[in-house]
Design a protein around this ligand. Sequence first.
Ligand code: NAP
Ligand code: GDP
Length: 319
Amino acid sequence: MANTSQKRILVTGGSGLVGQGIRTVAEKDPRADEEFIFLSSKDADLTDRNATKVAFEKYKPTHVIHLAAKVGGLYGNMRANLQFFRINMAINENVLSVSKELGVKKVVSCLSTCIFPDKTTYPIDEKMIHNGPPHTSNYGYSYAKRMIDVMNTGYNQQYGTNFTAVVPTNVFGPFDNFNLEEGHVLPGLIHKVYKCKENNTPLTVWGTGRARRQFIYSLDLGRLFLWVLREYEETEPIILSVGEEEEISIKEAAELVVKGFDFKGELIYDTTRSDGQYKKTASNEKLRKYLPEFKFTPIDQAIRETCQWFSSNYETARV
Ligand code: NAP
Ligand code: GDP
């Protein structure tokens, strides 16, 4: 007889930063009742519904971690808001509708604190996601991501599915997108400092350095994602973040990368570049109610490990 508690977990976007974080954690502590399948865009273009259905029919997942998305840092988003909206709307529509059609038991999708309202009080919690427009720099990505929450509520209400989502802050770690123009701030700075050290040139940080962010290491996020998949039963999303007191300025983040590489050169701030949203301070109170003992990797250690990973993998990293 088929073992009904056996989980086949399909991870869309499994080749990216967050997917690789989940893979590392899952492989370190494998469970007999869980089998993981990590998809990349080469396995299926999830903007195409037919290709999505073919992939899901092939792997027959009982559970889905849905990460696949067009993802970029501030400057990538500013250049292509329409594409961020259309591609992510298409991927999310296809993944959720096919999951419902094929009877997937649980889907955990991925939102972001980037989608939070711009004009707001702080800290922001899970109930405030839709309270006002997002920052203008990334409205395309933000509105597409917010619609996942709308769809999760609708599917669960109308069809009794178990669809939910997590809301991570700015993620970094091995396998990130280190492309300078398209990627996020930490992989961008890591790539830049690596080059500055090689060429003996100053480091240019974009913006004033005053914007503030909470960062989460992809391996910590991997551990939290697996907990959500196994234990979390609410429809309402859950913010996965370090505490408010661990929010740092971009200047402090740049200094940690400088330390991570032991870079001795000068730092320059290019204030002709946008700072983006000044801050998006998220509350992790709900997470702490569930997991009061969870320990995040100290940020200096996590950045140092990522600098080391980038140096060792420069030839194959996404740059
Ligand atoms: P990433 O490294 O850029 O990975 C994106 C993943 O999506 C890759 O596996 C990519 O496949 C896949 N993908 C992209 N377009 C696809 C398509 N049309 N069809 C199928 N697969 C496609 O991004 P990430 O940082 O890991 O992000 C994963 C999730 O976390 C996203 O939903 C993102 O919104 C969310 N998130 C990220 C951050 C952050 O700071 N990075 C913060 C909060 C939330 P290929 O490798 O084949 O291209
Ligand atoms: P966000 O958190 O969604 O706004 O996106 P990012 O991860 O791209 O962070 C953007 C913030 O980092 C802005 O305040 C930028 O001015 C600042 N920043 C400084 N240097 C860089 C860099 O080299 N790349 C990127 N993407 N941002 C940088």
